[in-house]
Design a protein around this ligand. Structure first.
Ligand SMILES: [Mg+2]
Length: 185
């Protein structure tokens, strides 16, 4: 393996929170410091509700949640080569297009700006349909950015959409539970 790409909710943190999952921090700590690491996340949870409430988060809250969660598992901006964030356009929310609630194009730019303010200059936020898992667009982009062939990349995730994304991009896949436990991909 030449590079590792990690899902966020359910792989690094408890879904829809910034609390690290048991095992995630240890799994990050086991990585060699020369292993390129990138993050690939669909922001389903933060997009739809804040943890424990039905409030819609602001773009700044989405960015802050990502920032705190990644730092909580030992992945500050200096350790992460690229951060790919897929937003919600195209998904319905309460029977209506999500854009009606969030203003998709504006939110993308606002989330990206908020991430940059928090130190994530390497973040790219997009709502294009091929960018959101299980589509492989963001994973292909990450491979190009890292300069690593997809066959030498492992994506770690907790959902079938992660596995499908890895398959579509020609990458290997590992379930989050196995990665937490230190099993080889
Ligand atoms: Mg997940």
């Amino acid at each position: 393996m030449d590079a590792l790409i990690l899902d966020f909710d359910g792989t690094l943190v408890e879904p829809f929170t910034a609390r690290s999952l048991a095992g995630a921090r240890a799994a990050v700590a086991r990585l060699g410091c020369d292993m390129p690491v990138a993050i690939l996340t669909n922001q389903g949870g933060p997009a739809y509700r804040l943890a424990g409430s039905l409030r819609h988060p602001s773009p700044g809250q989405v960015a802050s949640n990502l920032d705190r969660g990644l730092r909580a598992v030992g992945l500050p901006p200096a350790r992460v080569a690229r951060l790919a964030v897929a937003t919600w356009p195209g998904n319905a929310w309460q029977g209506r297009p999500a854009e009606a609630h969030f203003g998709a194009a504006l939110a993308e730019a606002q989330i990206q700006a908020a991430l940059v303010q928090l130190g994530w200059a390497q973040a790219r936020v997009s709502g294009s349909s091929d960018w959101r898992k299980p589509q492989p667009g963001a994973l292909v982009w990450l491979a190009l950015q890292l300069g690593v062939s997809p066959v030498d990349i492992t994506l770690v995730g907790d959902r079938d959409t992660d596995r499908s994304c890895a398959s579509g991009a020609g990458c290997r896949f590992q379930w989050a539970d196995d990665w937490h436990a230190g099993r080889q991909p």
